[in-house]
Design a binder for this molecule. Structure first.
Ligand SMILES: Cc1cc2nc3c(=O)[nH]c(=O)nc-3n(C[C@H](O)[C@H](O)[C@H](O)COP(=O)(O)O)c2cc1C
Length: 232
């Protein structure tokens, strides 16, 4: 099968989505589409290289929003029905909000719109799916309560991206999620993969609920549910 796979800028369900993608790529041709935020957030969680490694070649491309300018020429493949399925996982509240309001001004929202025109079945894995609280994982974080403000910061010295301002913060746009800082700091002042609880906003859940009414779109609760679906 030919599958389009969109990744937006959500940390929640991101690792699980990369695992789904890796599984799909063993059996299918998969074109990966990254929203601009998706590319940044993948790097923050140290997952970008895993995707760059497995993509390449016709219908197995890695398509970045920043290379698609304003008209997203790649999405012509979707309006022409060239794919058997389009999966978006994880899908941010931002992207869901745009989709349910008919907005198509990003690579992923445009590919969803063109999939509708090309009658390609679209599977969307939202990060905001149920009312209430959800546990999610953070990228690397400088824990100021533990930082000893050393004269020479071992964590900063170990960072290949020069992302750490000692005693202040990690610049996540420079961080590539390699985890070297967490290993180097003798005071364990860098956390990686810390779990926090966030509260879902009503408007985001309401938007997700509206997706159920879209013909040709299936809302999927978790990336792992799609592994069996495409196991052929
Ligand atoms: C580390 C990090 C994690 C994020 N995780 C989420 C998330 O789980 N869900 C979400 O809706 N937005 C999340 N965001 C915010 C989105 O990246 C942001 O709203 C972005 O504009 C979404 O653009 P996109 O929908 O085009 O990918 C996160 C941002 C950062 C920096």
């Amino acid at each position: 099968m030919k599958i389009g796979f969109g990744i937006t800028g959500a940390g929640h369900l991101l690792l699980e989505s990369v695992e789904l993608l890796e599984s799909l790529m063993t059996k299918h041709d998969v074109t990966v589409l990254l929203s601009a935020a998706g590319e940044e957030v993948l790097k923050m969680y140290g997952l970008y290289e895993r995707i760059a490694r497995i993509t390449g070649g016709y219908y197995n491309e890695l398509v970045k929003e920043k290379d698609q300018k304003f008209s997203f020429p790649i999405t012509g493949r979707f309006s022409l029905g060239k794919y058997d399925a389009f999966i978006v996982s994880p899908t941010t509240s931002n992207t869901i909000g745009k989709i349910v309001n008919g907005i198509a001004d990003t690579l992923i929202t445009n590919a969803v719109a063109q999939s509708g025109k090309g009658q390609i079945k679209t599977y969307i894995v939202p990060v905001d799916i149920e009312y209430g609280d959800v546990d999610t994982v953070l990228p690397s974080k400088l824990e100021l309560g533990l930082c000893q403000k050393c004269d020479i910061c071992e964590a900063a010295s170990s960072c290949p991206g020069d992302a750490i301002t000692p005693g202040i913060e990690i610049d996540l746009l420079k961080c590539e999620g390699c985890g070297a800082c967490a290993v180097s700091c003798p005071f364990h002042a860098i956390s990686a993969g810390k779990v926090i609880t966030i509260h879902m906003r009503d408007i985001d859940i309401e938007n997700t609920n509206k997706l159920h009414q879209f013909i040709g779109v299936e809302v999927v609760e978790h990336p792992s549910k799609l592994i069996e679906r495409f196991e052929f």
